[in-house]
Every structure is written in C-alpha cells, then in structure tokens.
Design a protein around this ligand. Sequence first.
Ligand code: OGA
Ligand code: ZN
Length: 380
Amino acid sequence: MIETTKIIKISNNSSAIQIEWADGQKSIFHYLWLRDNCPKDIHPTARERLFNLVNVSEDIRPESYEIKKSGELEIKWNEGEHTSIFETNWLRNNCYTIKSKKEYISPYKLWDKSLINNLSEISIQCEEIMNSKKKLINWLEILINYGISIIKDGPTKKESGLEVLNRISHVRETFFGTPFEVINIPNPNNTAYTARGLENHTDLPYFEIPPGYQFLHCLINDADGGMSSTIDGFKVADYLRKNELETFEILKKIEVKFINNDYTQKTIRVVNYPLISLTKEGDYKEIRFNISQTGTIECDPNQMEKFYKAYRRFAELLHSKEFSVNFKLAKGDIFSFDNRRVVHGRTEYNPNSGHRHLQGYYMDRDEIQSRLNYLKEIKI
Ligand code: OGA
Ligand code: ZN
C-alpha cells in the first residue's frame, strides 16, 4: 500500500463514515452509498451490480465497523445479515469528497491555421499504430485532444482502412454503407459523390447523435484539385465566446432544423439542435454545421435577424483563412477527425484529369474514449 492511501483516523456519525488519510485528505462515505457499492454484490464476470437499493431501508447503518490488519474497511450492516469489505485503495480512488472538489480540466487543444506548421504533432505512421500499443494510445489521445489526425502511408487496397480502424473498435453503420465511397458518380444521393467543391461542414447533422469520428481513407488522389480543408469548430466557438459573446449565445440557444430526404431511402429525417452545444462544465460538446443539410429556420420572428447575423458570422469564421488548415490527401493517408467538432471540406476537382477515390468510415466517440480507457487501464 502506498503511504498516501493509509488511513490514520476513522469515525462515524448518524449518516456516514469519515476517514482521515495519511496525506491530510478527508473523506466522507455515506452508509447507503457504501452498501450500494459493496464489492461482493458485483457479478464476477458481468461486472455489474447485483444489489438493488430498494431492498434495504434508507436508514441502513453499520452495526459495527473496523479497519482490518490488512488495511481493509469491514462493515457489518444492521440489515440483511451482510458484511462488506472495502479495499483502502478502492475507497481512496472512489472518494467523492476529493473528486467533487477537483477542478475540471478540458482535454481539448484548440488549433488554428498554424497547425499546418506542426502537422507532425497530429501525424502517425500507419505501421506504428498497427504494431505498437503506445502509438495506438498516442493516436487516440490526438483524436481526443486535437480532434484531428492524419495516418500516413497506410494500405491502399479497397476496404483496407477497416483493418486499421479495427485497432480501435467496430465502426458505425449508416445508410451510406461501410465504407461509403467518396467518388464521382451519376445521380448521387450526396454532393460528396460528385466532383464539386464541398463547403466546410460536419457530416450527418440530421442524426440525433451524428457520428463522433470520421475517417477518410485516400486510395487515390491524382485528379487536379480536391484539396482538403479543415477547421477546429471548438476553436471558432472559443473565439466567439471570447470576442463576440452575443453571437456565441445566439448560436448556443437557437435551434436549427437539419433535414435529409434521401431518394434511395424510405426515410425523412428531421432534427432540431443548436449549432454550438456545451457540456455541463461549460466546455465544448458539439458543433453541427452543414449549410446544405439545414432546413428552414423556424425561430421566433423577433430572433430571426439576430439569428441570421450570428449564423452568417459563424459560417464566415468556419471558412476563414485564419482558422483553416489545407492540404492534399496522399494515397494511403487516413484523414481522421472528430465530426462533432471539426468541419471539413474540399475544393472542386477535375475528374477528367485523373482519379480520386476516398473510402469513408464513421465511429462513435464512445469507441475512441473507451478503448483509450482500456489501454491506459483506468480505474472505475
Ligand atoms: C464526405 C466529404 C471530403 C472529400 O465524404 O463527407 O466531405 O475530400 N468528403 O472528398
Ligand atoms: Zn463530409
């Protein structure tokens, strides 16, 4: 046992046990919380709780408790003839007195056009993530912190991107298929499947939860044009929050309708969300931005002028040189980004000048974070 987790004093009152630790920290553990988290009532393989808190009274309390010689806290409960044993490290790791005092620290590293000079910070050789756990961790951390990464020198066979992504997890299916083929075709059901330029956007904003990550695997990119552009939407939101608060507040408040009526599908999709959403801590949660897939705005008429002013300003910044990183994808690159944070686009290309074929994949944010948690062996 490490010194900081040693218990030096234990006491109790009518509702909780109090612990003083060797490093001076103090914890309060409420009785019902302790009973609810008894390690004996966790299924050994399912790792799920078997105990139902309604099967004890609100007033459950210890008949007796003691710190064992081994350092564990043993509690004999006054109900249900049950004894719980808590390891000291577990108590310390799960101390909500200490945790609830901790200041929130954002994981995000916001970026602007200057990232083009530091592309090595977000680039990784494909072979390294295929063969090294450390590099895989590195990739996942980049995806979470920067929301953008470019995998270099990957395979170029059709669907080979999947082997790389399976280092993380399974992908998210959509009606565009897996992978979706970003190629110039007749009668496309999406403007991405043309040779047109695409304004910066996030994909699939008309889903309740749009895919967290997108991976564009470049199989060939020999045509003239087809330059990629990308902007950190959280950086733009942060700029507005610091410099144009009224615009920021409107974008956060007014809901926008996103629509899809795909001619190859029997669905009509409609959802309403603001363009900027925050977490409960006030950090950035999500940007939805897709001019092509936005329906008619239906806010209160008194808000319409303000809304359009803010929307135009946001659109302007989400295409501005100050924030934009532009590059041409090379054969074997996997352009990977947080689709609920980063906007992406491309310039028009000339399909008669050469070939351009990307294969696209989606993955939920859960898959990225939960694999990283596992690889880093976090305690839960
Ligand atoms: C897409 C897209 C960009 C590109 O398929 O969603 O934005 O570079 N493609 O073709
Ligand atoms: Zn797209």
